[in-house]
Design a protein around this ligand. Structure first.
Ligand code: NCD
Length: 364
């Protein structure tokens, strides 16, 4: 199924890895087309609706009780880890986790490929967050080459690998839940097509904004606004991708510059973990021009939405958390993430059609 060596596979640009990955793993945002994104959003809605009904929740938990998931997260995580765990529980899967490489055989010098080969001899799904941007690709290649196969709807499949964040490069499932949140927010105003989206903060090392920018190729007439200090501006590879897909973008020196003009504001945290040395304490503060102030709510359009992948620090004034304003959607966004992750796993394991059919019968 994969006829090239790991070294050759790792050397391919992500755009060329896609043809190997599609349908088997979730590693980079470039792998999705518009039809898939629309399907995921519909499926996430169906999961939410089905689970609301006690009989539906019971049906859902009977879909994958024979499958075991491993959540291999050796970088810090709250939301991604917990929402994947909850999603797996909703689908009835057994769950295990490895969260600290110091107490796994990685600390004895085992290679990542050997560790993954071991994991997949016990489990049927690996969700992983790793500081190395290539870790997902290593795991995927290993799963393709290893002998173990699952039979899913009559077809032989390698053990699926899902990236829950790889280095500073990609966070594809976060980008899917961001799309779901944007689509839901814009439901009454024509969806994401034609919208202006401002990304704020550490765009250079923020893997969420990178993955989300890639997904914009699937939408018509979108414009991106990058509000960041010069040292944290979006990297050249993403700008080249946007140019190649004719997606206009504009660099801004403050949130204020774009606030009245855009349809969504996506805040991010300074990713200072990449600068830190042993013993460093404290966090870099966001520059004043890149802090979302409560007063900005008055300057935003009526249909402009405020998102954040979270965790946040000082880049959004605390008061904004508790204002009663339908445009502040970042808390809803984290819950949307759980439903999107149910959808992603359901689709990989071929139980999506059952969920869609059952959800239609749920009243309301
Ligand atoms: C993000 C991440 O890990 O990249 N968190 C998340 O998964 N929601 C964003 C961040 O850490 O700033």
């Amino acid at each position: 199924m994969i006829d090239i060596s790991m070294t050759e596979f790792l050397a391919l640009p992500e755009s060329e890895k896609v043809k190997y990955i599609n349908g088997y793993a979730i590693l980079c945002a470039q792998q999705f087309d518009r039809a898939q994104l629309d399907c995921y959003c519909r499926l996430a809605d169906a999961c939410r609706r089905l689970h609301r009904d006690p009989a539906g929740a019971e049906l859902m938990s009977g879909l994958l009780p024979h499958r075991v998931a491993l959540n291999f997260f050796i970088q810090p995580s709250s939301r991604t880890f917990l929402s994947f765990n909850t999603a797996q529980a909703f689908l009835g899967m057994s769950r295990m986790s490895v969260r600290d490489e110091k107490i796994s055989s990685i600390s004895k010098g085992e290679s990542l490929a050997d560790s993954v080969r071991t994991f997949i001899s016990y489990v049927d799904l690996v969700v992983m967050r790793h500081h190395d941007a290539d870790a997902g690709a290593v795991a995927f290649w290993t799963a393709m080459k290893a002998h173990r196969r699952l039979t899913i709807n009559g077809k032989e499949r390698p053990i699926p690998i899902i990236s829950g964040g790889s280095g500073a490069r990609q966070h594809p499932t976060q980008a899917l839940l961001d799309i779901y949140t944007l689509e839901k927010s814009f439901a009454r105003v024509g969806g994401i097509d034609g919208k202006k989206i401002m990304l704020v903060g550490d765009l250079k090392r923020g893997r969420t904004v990178r993955s989300l920018s890639y997904l914009m190729k699937n939408y018509r007439d979108v414009q991106l606004y990058f509000a960041a200090p010069e040292r944290y501006q979006m990297k050249e590879d993403i700008l080249e991708f946007l140019d190649a897909h004719k997606i206009p973008y504009h660099k801004l020196n403050s949130i204020r510059e774009g606030i009245g003009n855009v349809d969504a504001i996506y805040m991010t945290r300074i990713q200072d973990e990449w600068d830190k040395r042993e013993g460093d304490s404290g966090h870099e503060k966001a520059g004043d021009d890149f802090i979302f102030k409560t007063e900005f709510l008055k300057l935003m359009k009526d249909e402009c939405y405020l998102l954040h992948p979270l965790p946040k620090r000082d880049e959004i004034e605390e008061e904004v958390d508790y204002v009663d304003d339908h445009r502040v959607v970042y808390w809803r966004q984290e819950r949307n993430g759980m439903w999107m992750r149910v959808a992603i796993i359901a689709e990989l394991f071929g139980v999506d059609t059952q969920i869609l059919a059952a959800a239609q019968k749920v009243p309301g």
